[in-house]
Design a protein around this ligand. Structure first.
Ligand SMILES: NC(=O)c1ccc[n+]([C@@H]2O[C@H](COP(=O)([O-])OP(=O)(O)OC[C@H]3O[C@@H](n4cnc5c(N)ncnc54)[C@H](OP(=O)(O)O)[C@@H]3O)[C@@H](O)[C@H]2O)c1
Length: 274
């Protein structure tokens, strides 16, 4: 069965909630030994506990993806517990919504550190372990449809997710000789905490300038449906299905960006609604 991860060890960064938690659960259901992760041990542990309650195998490791040493410790913990690292999902991410011209440098840097440098540190640590094992492996970086387009108020998010897509290509080329596949998953609009943060960004800051004429600045369901041919949000479970396909490795793909967006990027018209 191509989507069987029995005996493999899979690490999912940022798996305390949303897409990462769904990927961790799907991998465990496919037989993987899973390492969940978050900046908080307790939050990572809650996903690991759910996996164990469903009969899977998981441990939780606290690590901040922006800290290279902690990413090394994350890999070491996986090897200590399960003996190998076969699948690494660099999923942890964040966003800041603000005008590029008014953005604080600290906000810019935080998004760069988590979304881009964090993916690099995760891939570097996992890739080094996979090379040492001489068993190959799969690295999956979570990008975004916003890595392919520009959207008002999203300069650091657009820049870092575009960076993730091309970092994926660079790593794929470099790691191919070790039989390590590197691919990206680019979700469209998925209902998670990050989506809530994005849509509420206008309401959160009373002093924020009125950006109501900016598409997707503070959006509602209908705005998404007007622009998505499949006419709905995607689910975290659908993202987990895509991540399982990439992890199983039976696909002759490397350096690819797998887009799962209900047709958002393919759609050539401005809006199909009123
Ligand atoms: N939701 C969407 O519509 C959408 C669309 C395209 C792409 N994505 C991407 O999908 C990924 C997951 O997002 P989501 O929507 O599932 O968001 P989410 O529910 O907010 O989850 C984000 C995860 O990242 C973790 N995280 C954040 N900073 C971290 C750090 N420095 N070190 C370790 N973990 C960290 C969080 O854990 P703690 O807070 O517990 O540390 C949390 O588990 C992100 O890369 C996001 O950009 C999401």
């Amino acid at each position: 069965m191509p989507e069987d991860l029995t005996g493999e060890t899979a690490i999912v960064t940022g798996s305390s909630s949303g897409i990462g938690a769904a990927i961790a659960k799907r991998y465990a259901a496919a037989g993987a030994n899973v390492v969940t992760n978050s900046r908080s041990y307790d939050r990572a542990k809650s996903t690991a506990d759910e996996i164990e309650a469903d009969g899977g195998t998981a441990i939780a490791v606290e690590a901040d993806v922006t800290d290279r040493d902690e990413m090394g410790d994350l890999i070491a913990a996986a090897v200590d517990e399960f003996g190998s690292v076969d699948v690494m999902v660099n999923n942890a991410g964040t966003t800041v919504i603000d005008s590029a011209m008014e953005m604080d440098p600290e906000d810019w840097q935080q998004v760069v550190d988590i979304n881009l440098t964090g993916v690099f540190f995760g891939a570097q640590a996992a890739g080094t372990q996979m090379i040492e094992q001489e068993t190959g492996g799969q690295i999956i970086n979570v990008g975004s449809i916003f890595g392919e387009v520009g959207v008002q108020g999203r300069a650091p998010y657009n820049a870092t997710k575009g960076g993730v897509h091309n970092l994926t290509r660079a790593l794929a080329v470099e790691l191919a000789e070790h039989d390590i596949g590197v691919n990206a998953l680019a979700p469209g609009f998925i209902k998670t905490a990050m989506d809530e943060q994005t849509r509420e960004s206008d309401e959160a800051d009373e002093d924020a300038p009125d950006r109501s004429d900016w598409p997707y600045y503070g959006y509602e369901d209908q705005h998404i449906r007007n622009r998505v041919p499949l006419d709905r949000y995607g689910s975290v479970e659908e993202m987990a299905n895509c991540a399982l396909f990439l992890a199983a490795g039976d696909h002759y793909m490397t350096g690819e960006v797998l887009t799962a967006d209900g047709g958002w990027l393919a759609f050539g018209w401005g809006s199909k609604g009123t």
